[in-house]
Design a protein around this ligand. Sequence first.
Ligand SMILES: *Cc1c(COP(=O)(O)O)cnc(C)c1O
Length: 548
Amino acid sequence: MLNRQGRPSAPQAHGVSDPAAGMGDQAARMQGDANTLSTGSAGSHPTFTGNKALAQIEPLLFEIGHTDVTGVDFDEPENFKPRLGGLERKDEIGLPGLSEPEAMRHYVRLSQMNYGIDTGLFPLGSCTMKHNARLNERMARLPGFSDVHPLQPVSTVQGALELMNELGRYLVTLTNMTTVALSPKAGAHGELCGMMAIKAAIEAKGEGKTRNVVLVPDSAHGTNPATAALIGFVVKPVPARDDGWVHVEDVKKLLGPDVAAIMLTNPNTCGLFENQVAEIAKAIHDAGAYFYCDGANFNAIVGKAKPGDLGVDAMHINLHKTFSTPHGGGGPGAGPVVLSARLAPFAPVPFVTLKDGEFTLLEHEDETAEKPFGRMTAFHGQMGMYVRALAYMLSHGSDGMKQASEDAVLNANYIRASLADLFSQPFGDKPCMHEVLFDDTWLKDTGVTTLDFAKAMIDEGYHPMTMYFPLVVHGAMLIEPTESESKASLDLFIATLRDLAMAAKKGDKDRFTGAPYHAPRRRLDETRAARSPVLKWTPPAPIAEAAE
Ligand SMILES: *Cc1c(COP(=O)(O)O)cnc(C)c1O
């Protein structure tokens, strides 16, 4: 028996049968907390609904949905005997119900509050937020790729396995490495995979007890020391220098029979190519240790420099950065790891092999004479990402991939040169790779911080750059435009940042310290959100009660 009724006329958020009651509810919430909705009261002409034209506010599902409007009621079955030993639920499950158009609007409105690469320039440094080509999406949706099941017999997924094999071949060729483990599902997961291969190699040499130190430069991404520590290594920092580079003599001072590896990002998080990388690799190898390279910034050097030629033993590649697959909220990424000949025998299962013209998946350690350290994932990794990445590679070709890297570097340097007279560069006025790093020296005495500046960018319709990272630079602003942006797009971005910078220097502090003024949410108390998160929704008090 369907229990589908119309929406009740109880207090609703907006645009429903009792709009006045809805507004009261909303207004009450807006007044209660300066950190909540910026709509309605912000402009000189507050609107009745609280919406601002196409920028519609949207309450939580629990605030608009009701438990009694949708769903299916079944009659109690006769002679029903619960068999859950008293564990069965006796009260209502309490999930809110919405009609299909209501549910549709809810999620579409939420999506419109979001900002993505399809909305505008996304200069988040070290994230390579480039355009995700629709061709790649189309390929990933081919039923032969999107509908395969990881437990299907291999004879029925030959095409998918061939694609994985081909992607692996491209990654190995682009990096001049020996093999690749495709399965890790993110950059950090790839780091873990690479470091586990290093650990297995050290143990195979009987040095598992003695080599327990991993060197990590101060400018590294936080995932590097976290990965090393997670698998039991002691992390020793390589101190930062004021030219932004890691120096071989600083590394040599720390080397000894206890060092297992260095984890170095190249190009580094200051946007610079490590100019002593070959010497560092040699020193590491001479000391019997391994060179892990964080390859998150590979987009700067594809087709220009091969990590294998620089002495790298293991490197993860973020397909969701360099190879234009989408970044999800924590997934679905993919972080394949390329390995040198020294580490290749320890590559984890599964991997694709070609035997008598047929592709097979090698799933178990004992099916090979090599020494896989184990496995990283239950199945084979992110198939959709593999398809998108290979589609990117094939549609660009080797000349196109090289050109993409050159354009990414050119775009970053165009921004750098166009802002150099107003913004301060921590390591002097030298060319950068794919991202440009500024510090906050230029904001001194303005009363405006890096955070305030970033919030004012939101009002101008831009996602902020990466802020306060790398940690070695005070008030860091790390801008990575990627090759996707046209000159016109970069010029508008530059003009906007120049306008903001001049406003800050002229003393228009309010434009910054109160920003964002125009976003669906005003400035959030991020510390409070992290320290005392509210993880459970509780129904708001009825308006009458709240007013008392
Ligand atoms: C993005 C990034 C990572 C981590 O990659 P995830 O896919 O987010 O886990 C590691 N190191 C650097 C330098 C990065 O930019």
